[in-house]
Design a binder for this molecule. Structure first.
Ligand SMILES: Cc1cc2nc3c(=O)[nH]c(=O)nc-3n(C[C@H](O)[C@H](O)[C@H](O)COP(=O)(O)O)c2cc1C
Length: 435
């Protein structure tokens, strides 16, 4: 596991500060490290004041879309006339992303505290944490931590004697990528098939069990206690120049790199610093070729684009991709881009819930065309076919799973066309047997 590189400024290490420290897992150890101060402070504030503080911090959702967290909370009805719910998205199925898992493994109380503050702020008495089915260790650690929090009064009918009731329910997923999509997640918690729902109605109006609901990612919620304890202005100051992207961000780095792992960086850190200073550059004798910066669901960047980009929401968009979940997949010059894009397409085809025709047919068709190219049976028309399929898969479905399949395909053809060309022209040995 990688931890922040010693050359990286220490003050930016918030979320990962106690990774690897077993004592921080327990309630007493967490309190000793300043834990639950944020919740105690929040309970003395009005709900509105907490929402304003989080708004002012500039904190944005770490699950993929980067939506402003305080603004999302402000959409919840002010009057609590029926149950409100908080759902914490701990599904983390995005390829190349493994940061939420570490928050739950090492600092479960940071997440519980963040959830409790958010629940109180949105008027919810119950929070569901939806944990990816394969996360056996995080599940065990979180289960023990919730028990401990209850025993110590950080959860329950009368949180820290404030009269506030906060109940936390852990819900285990069954390994479906689509259940990470917020509305599919709500269906899954309700015991239904995990199909995304059409919006509107938005969750803040009619979400879980038809009630007003807020859904936030693990990392988003784990950052909230820091906003409360140290203040919005301090949190907002954690950025390297761009006031629209604030705070620190966990980045999971994997692939062809010397030191893969989780790193915590200040928003706006140059991607170059992450790749070389923190992660030690490419394997010996190799050079970098490409980076997918936001899990697998975003456009591929050439290494030149990545090396000139800043790691924040706007910085990555400026270079033609998206920050997404900040799972950085790094590929060196040994990578067969066509093969890797096919593997991604196959993943999306497998994970499509099949509700929308464009997604059900498009992801499978894209996979087949890429298979044909890799088998040496591709045709010149296949470029246009892949681009047309991608066009029909973008912005036309209930959720963005099919957009996510199209993003690496379109950017791959645009940026690595000679590699496709070699298979189609027959100048490269087929990578797959003919289908
Ligand atoms: C197919 C799909 C899968 C997703 N998977 C996850 C996931 O595993 N974890 C996550 O936090 N968000 C995931 N999201 C994003 C969520 O729908 C939602 O935007 C997020 O949980 C909101 O939290 P935030 O505002 O704190 O980022 C996914 C979205 C889509 C379309």
């Amino acid at each position: 596991m990688g931890y922040p590189h010693p050359s990286h400024p220490k003050e930016t290490v918030l979320l990962s500060k106690h990774f690897g420290d077993p004592e921080a897992r327990g309630y007493a150890g967490w309190v000793k490290r300043g834990g639950y101060e944020g919740l105690r402070k929040a309970l003395g504030m009005t709900r509105e004041a907490i929402v304003e503080e989080v708004k002012a911090s500039g904190l944005r959702g770490r699950g993929g879309a980067g939506f402003p967290t305080g603004l999302k909370w402000s959409f919840m009805p002010k009057e609590v006339v029926k149950p409100h719910y908080l759902v914490c998205n701990a599904d983390e199925s995005e390829p190349g992303t493994f940061k939420d898992r570490e928050i739950m493994r090492w600092t479960p109380h940071a997440l519980i505290e963040g959830c409790a503050i958010a629940a109180y702020a949105i008027g919810a008495q119950r929070c569901y944490i939806y944990i990816r089915g394969e996360f056996t260790e995080p599940w065990a650690v979180m289960s023990a931590a919730v028990e401990e929090a209850l025993v110590n009064g950080a959860l329950g009918d009368d949180v820290f004697g404030s009269g506030t009731r906060i109940e936390m329910v852990l819900h285990r997923g069954a390994g479906a990528y689509i259940c990470g999509e917020e509305t599919a997640m709500m269906n899954s918690i309700e015991g239904k098939r995990g199909n995304p729902r059409i919006k509107p109605p938005f969750p803040a109006v009619a979400g879980l069990f038809g009630m007003p609901t807020t859904i936030n990612n693990v990392e988003t919620l784990a950052a909230v206690p820091h906003v409360l304890t140290r203040g919005a202005a301090w949190y907002k100051s954690l950025c390297l120049g761009n006031p629209k992207s604030t705070g620190t961000k966990l980045v999971s780095v994997c692939g062809h790199i010397q030191r893969p792992g989780n790193y915590e960086v200040t928003m706006g850190t140059p991607i170059r610093d992450i790749l070389y200073d923190m992660c030690g550059g490419p394997p010996p004798g190799r050079t970098f070729k490409a980076v997918i910066p936001g899990g697998s669901s975003v456009p591929i960047m050439t290494i030149a684009e990545a090396e000139s980009a800043l790691f924040d929401y706007e910085g990555v968009v400026e270079k033609g991709s998206m920050l997404g979940s900040a799972g950085m997949i790094v590929m060196d010059d040994s990578t067969d881009m066509v093969y890797q894009i096919w593997r991604l397409a196959r993943f999306y085809a497998h994970e499509s819930c099949a509700q929308c025709t464009q997604c059900r047919e498009g992801t499978a068709w894209t996979t087949k065309v890429l298979e044909r190219i890799l088998a040496g049976k591709g045709k010149q028309e296949d470029y246009q076919l892949l681009l047309d399929l991608s066009e029909n898969m973008t912005g036309k479905t209930i959720c963005v799973l099919s957009d996510s399949c199209a993003a690496p395909v379109v950017s791959g053809i645009q940026k690595f066309r000679p590699e496709f060309e070699a298979y189609i022209a027959g100048s490269r040995e087929p990578a797959l047997a003919a289908v």
